[in-house]
Design a protein around this ligand. Structure first.
Ligand code: PMP
Length: 290
């Protein structure tokens, strides 16, 4: 079955799906995006993802190109046409196509919208989670508005590549004070020896991950203890457990940081339990795909 993408009002074969060379996303990375998990044919946490999209757009003064209802319809149609039961749906909005000039184009230029969806077997993530993943640490060299989910991801791309070259799955960014900010595409967490779960406050230093928000609720719901405060690489190396969160990975145990084992070097029980419980706390849409 061939894949279908949504591009500016049309559903087109994925292989032909393209935007203009003067799309400001292509020229300036002048756009924002969201990634939602699709699980059992349902969109996970759609409301929160679309709320965050609205916020990212408004922070960058990009007009919201659709109503909430039509955004939902486009997401569903792309998922349905690609018959995705388990996987990811990607939504990108840029400031549109205009003659190249750094300053914003006029209000007559409509934002560009792209939506794609892909199947990812549930077992792939579960398999990775049963082994756990390795992370490396790198200086955080990003701009100070990483709270906006912008497609301007070059430092994140370079960091992820460095991680892969080091045989790791993720890179944790570290600020000038030696404190972990977040991963290149995930939020970062540790569990202290006495069982407190620690993650950096979602101020301007990190993206407020939707998975992070749900895990905070899961921690409360499960009667666990949360401490929202920054932690250092040194503290992480002494932690009982570590894990990362994102819509694409859910809760993923971390078993080594910079090649040093965390805890007993195996996925921790708190991380594994939060992974198992995650979808009972997340919001699920009605059934989209069978
Ligand atoms: N931080 C960064 C830098 C990310 O790119 C992502 C994933 N897009 C996250 C955190 C996790 O966000 P979410 O849980 O909403 O996927």
């Amino acid at each position: 079955m061939s894949r279908i993408a949504y591009v500016n009002g049309r559903y087109v074969p994925h292989t032909d799906a393209s935007v203009h060379v003067e799309d400001r996303g292509y020229q300036f990375a002048d756009g924002v995006y969201e990634v939602c998990e699709i699980r059992d044919g349902r969109i996970v946490d759609e409301r929160r993802h679309l709320d965050r999209l609205d916020r990212s757009l408004s922070e960058l003064s990009i007009r919201t190109p659709f109503s909430r209802r039509s955004a939902g319809m486009i997401l569903r149609e792309v998922i349905r046409r690609n018959r995705v039961r388990s996987g990811l749906v990607y939504l990108q909005v840029t400031r549109g196509v205009a003659r190249r000039d750094h300053a914003f184009p006029g209000p007559e230029v409509p934002p560009s919208v792209v939506v794609t969806a892909k199947s990812v077997p549930v077992e792939r993530g579960d398999h990775a989670a049963s082994a756990g993943v390795k992370v490396i640490t790198l200086p955080d060299n990003r701009w100070d508005r990483v709270d906006i989910k912008s497609v301007s991801l070059l430092p994140n791309v370079l960091a992820k590549q460095k991680a892969h070259e080091a045989g790791a799955k993720e890179a944790w960014f570290v600020d000038d004070a030696g404190l972990v900010t977040e991963g290149s595409s995930t939020n970062a967490w540790i569990v202290t020896k006495d069982g407190r779960i620690v993650t950096r406050p979602a101020d301007h230093g990190i993206l407020r991950g939707i998975t992070r928000t749900v895990v905070v609720e899961a921690i409360e719901g499960e009667g666990l203890t949360l401490e929202e405060r920054p932690f250092s690489v040194a503290e992480a190396l002494e932690a009982k457990e570590a894990f990362i969160t994102a819509a694409s990975t859910i809760v993923m145990p971390v078993v080594a940081i910079d090649d040093r084992p965390i805890g007993n070097g195996h996925p921790g029980t708190i991380a594994s339990n939060l992974r198992a419980k995650f979808h009972t706390y997340a919001e699920q849409s009605e059934l989209v795909a069978n």
